[in-house]
Design a protein around this ligand. Structure first.
Ligand SMILES: [Zn+2]
Length: 452
């Protein structure tokens, strides 16, 4: 008799599909089979039983430009759980004044109310001669993925090429990974200068000043350094077809390069900036064109893009109050609760992704990236019992009102989608059911990077 048995579902991993029961013992998957018996049983009749989603790019409680992203680690991970995410990877908040170990300590404290498991990428802002030693030290504490910005020179977050090359050498020798926000700062600045005087008061110019060329050039630059140093480099939130073509070109040259995209770059276009509330869509990279959406979907289906993450970074309407300039807005969109539904509806239901592809891009590939597979990202006996029940028949309309993220608008307001998470299980415990949060604050655990 197992602790919990999920009965009569269609169990899907990236490698197999099986109609039957899945048994959980304690915190792990114990068996897959027919007619399994449990102390507690839940029916998954007509539903898919999938590995819990892993969103490898979120920003909970992110301090930025005098404000803070509106989800903290409790509200954000509770919302994530409702949407079928069982693990997130957030970021430490780096600064030139603090050590990486300080940053980790502070962030562990901030993240302690998390409902689901979590990890961090180590953000590096301000390169100096102590950083190599600090990187080795945090590697011992479970941080092995180091985040850099090629843009945001104005706010001091940019790492220039000389420092980046040095950092990549360290990462290569530590067998870590570099994550790069790839947008060329010089192109952005040049285009900002080109705008007429009142240009910054037109939201549509956000897209004009951050074209696909600025993404592709930055991908090219960091790729050269990756090849030179042997560092594994990951491009976060890839937004354009041109950026993806550059990734593919660089791979053909032997560059150890991976990339992710986000639902907003698959589903939204820069047209939204022309709407009356276009400023609510402020994000960087900026949204691109329909042809980019299509190219990125194809890249996902054809395994050119490794996985999908959300870059969840919510700000409320009030925080995004229009002050007459697109450069004065906080940048970021809410997304963590919508990842599974959007990918299922617009990917699987639309016939672009198979169910196995869906599992790969939402769970298995991000788990492998963090060195967690097969503990997470699949449903093999011995894997963490991080499980999602998804009902493929539920047709519903997205509305911020019904969602759990601490934000009062949705970029997808009114959009109809098919398929919904009905039950989320984290390490054997039911933490969300039909939109109700059951997991307690603080039950989430830190999971360290493993260099494989
Ligand atoms: Zn981000």
């Amino acid at each position: 008799m197992y602790d919990l048995v999920i009965k009569n579902g269609v169990i899907v991993t990236e490698g197999f599909r099986f109609e039957g029961d899945l048994a959980v013992e304690g915190e792990t998957v114990a068996a897959i089979g027919k007619d399994l018996r449990g102390k507690r049983e839940i029916s998954a009749e007509g539903q898919y039983v999938l590995p819990g989603g892993i969103d490898i790019h979120t920003h909970m409680a992110l301090p930025v430009g005098g404000t803070c992203s509106s989800d903290d680690f409790f509200t954000g991970t509770a919302a994530a759980a409702c949407g079928g995410i069982t693990t997130i990877v957030d970021f430490t908040a780096g600064s030139p004044e603090t050590t990486l170990a300080n940053d980790l300590e502070t962030r562990l404290e901030t993240a302690s109310p998390a409902v689901i498991d979590y990890s961090f990428h180590c953000e590096i802002v301000g390169w100096n001669e102590k950083r190599p030693e600090e990187m080795a030290a945090v590697l011992g504490k479970g941080l092995g993925t180091f985040k850099f910005f090629t843009a945001y020179g104005d706010s001091g977050r940019r790492t220039r090429n000389g420092a980046l090359l040095e950092a990549f050498r360290e990462i290569s020798s530590l067998r870590g990974k570099a994550l790069v926000h790839a947008e060329d700062d010089d192109i952005i600045h040049r285009l900002l200068e080109e705008l007429p005087e009142d240009g910054i008061s037109d939201m549509r110019n956000l897209a004009f000043t951050r074209p696909d060329e600025c993404e592709a050039l930055a991908v090219s630059t960091v790729s050269w350094m990756a090849r030179r140093t042997g560092a594994r480099v990951h491009v976060v939130h890839l937004s354009s077809g041109l950026g993806l073509e550059e990734v593919l070109l660089q791979r053909r040259l032997g560059t150890p390069l991976s990339c992710e995209t986000c639902p907003q770059y698959l589903l939204l276009t820069e047209e939204v900036y022309g709407r009356p509330e276009g400023h609510l869509f402020s994000a960087s990279p900026s949204l691109k064109k329909e042809a980019d959406n299509r190219r990125l979907w194809r890249g996902l289906a054809e395994r050119e893009i490794n996985f999908v993450a959300t870059d969840h970074c919510p700000f409320t309407r009030e925080q995004k109050t229009w002050k007459g300039s697109f450069t004065a807005l906080p940048y970021g969109l809410p997304g963590v609760e919508m990842l599974m539904a959007l990918l299922f509806s617009e990917g699987v239901k639309a016939g672009i992704l198979s169910l196995e592809d869906f599992v790969r891009v939402t769970a298995s590939a991000p788990a492998r990236f963090m060195g967690w597979y097969p503990r997470k990202g699949t449903l093999l006996p011995g894997s963490d019992a991080d499980i999602v029940l998804l009902d493929p028949g539920i047709d519903w309309a997205i509305s911020a009102q019904d969602l759990h993220m601490a934000v009062d608008f949705s970029p997808y307001e009114g959009m109809r989608v098919t398929g919904k998470t009905t039950c989320t299980i984290s390490r054997g415990q039911i933490i969300a059911q039909d939109g109700e949060i059951l997991g307690s604050q603080g039950r989430g655990r830190f999971v360290g990077f493993s260099s494989k």
